[in-house]
Design a binder for this molecule. Sequence first.
Ligand SMILES: [Zn+2]
Length: 243
Amino acid sequence: MHVFLALRRKIVAEVFLLALFVTALGTVTVVFSAPPGSCINIVIDPGHGGEDPGALDREGHEEEDINLAVALYLADYLKAQGFNVILTRRYDTDYVLPKPFRKGKTKKRCDLDRRIALAVRHYASAYISLHVNTGRPSSRGAESYYHPKSLDSKILAESIQQELWSLPGMPKKKARPANYYLLSRTPMASVIVEMGYLTNPVERRNLLNPAYQKQLAQALSRGIVLYCQRKALRNVPTFCPAF
Ligand SMILES: [Zn+2]
């Protein structure tokens, strides 16, 4: 039994690694493909929802809707590449329990704890929480945050941030450490991505535009793939057991 498990793990690890293709032009292209059933589970968490709309603009657009729109595109892109994707929500909902069941927790912590529990239950390899920022009108640019004590989270945040730089007009901000509640409670690699500022006129227009939302999702998916490649190169892939 142990031999079988070790063999299975070895096969999965090998198939998980990169496939190299030499194009007709002689250049080498690195292509990642998560094999079907490889149990690389990615949790996509569209922030807020339900009672909590998140940031709002003057016209009543809500952060929760932007987060969800990008999350759904991202889920499609990742699934097309063979990942198992778990969305923490697909609709305008939250995880807040009635007061007697929260046992002293705030609504926010109750909501976050249940999202994290979902990721733990699915043996997720990575947790990506999507948000939209607010600030001064001049503030702009996507920002990725990781917990300072998690090296995997740092690699994930840097991989995502690097791919976000490819978006038109995106300033080259670096991934930053932050001791946010969600990041400190997720046992797997986790990142909070603030995808732009709703308070910046240009970014607000972009964030509400489905074409830009798709570009964001594509960049995020490339960042997640890059993270998986870097993990494989470090030879410490994390796979969930069969379930
Ligand atoms: Zn938010």
